[in-house]
Design a protein around this ligand. Sequence first.
Ligand SMILES: Nc1nc2c(ncn2[C@@H]2O[C@H](COP(=O)(O)OP(=O)(O)OP(=O)(O)O)[C@@H](O)[C@H]2O)c(=O)[nH]1
Length: 214
Amino acid sequence: MDLQRPDSYQGGAGPDFNEHVLHKTILVGDSGVGKTSLLVQFDQGKFIPGSFSATVGIGFTVSTGWHCQLCTWIWDTAGQERFRSVTHAYYRDAQALLLLYDITNKASFDNIRAWLTEIHEYAQRDVVIMLLGNKADMSSERVIRSEDGETLAREYGVPFLETSAKTGMNVELAFLAIAKELKYRAGQSADEPSFQIRDYVESQKKRSSCCSFM
Ligand SMILES: Nc1nc2c(ncn2[C@@H]2O[C@H](COP(=O)(O)OP(=O)(O)OP(=O)(O)O)[C@@H](O)[C@H]2O)c(=O)[nH]1
């Protein structure tokens, strides 16, 4: 799916980012795992079903978030192999990477190790990585158990969430956790002097499962 620069962005200063550190976050993963859909859900709060058209090269959006905790440029990359050299160029400046697989597609999960190898080759050493098992709403077609995602994430020392670009499940949490980590690293989290992204994600997951009946 192609993303255009939003109309509101005129190439100038854009939203008032002056008092915030502006970060770059990149979405990566196999073609069709739902990178564009996740970004559209986060940015516009909507899901367009069955609208799969592969991203060509790189898509772009800017989000200021709902309370400007998320001052980050978000780049949506193409999952297809033939665009890989284009996307590699974007890894270098990224502070954060959301790495997606599709819980109904085993190959997309098996390819996560290859994606991580590529990330370690091209991205900054201290890049923040989060693993996302997307399409969690498709439970009847699930082939990757949540525990398998958790185990893989633990092996690489990265936080993990299952998401659904369709229902919006955990989409805000994923972007918010990344934003909080980047803010913490930039020394802008006076209220959270020892923020740990994995602990934060785990605590928020517990909170949403404990209160989902409410
Ligand atoms: N049910 C369901 N469908 C999803 C979800 N996320 C994406 N899809 C569908 O999966 C297909 C592919 O989604 P895209 O967002 O275009 O995938 P992509 O990763 O951006 O693909 P590339 O641009 O080729 O890299 C589309 O038909 C989406 O509607 C989800 O969470 N749940």
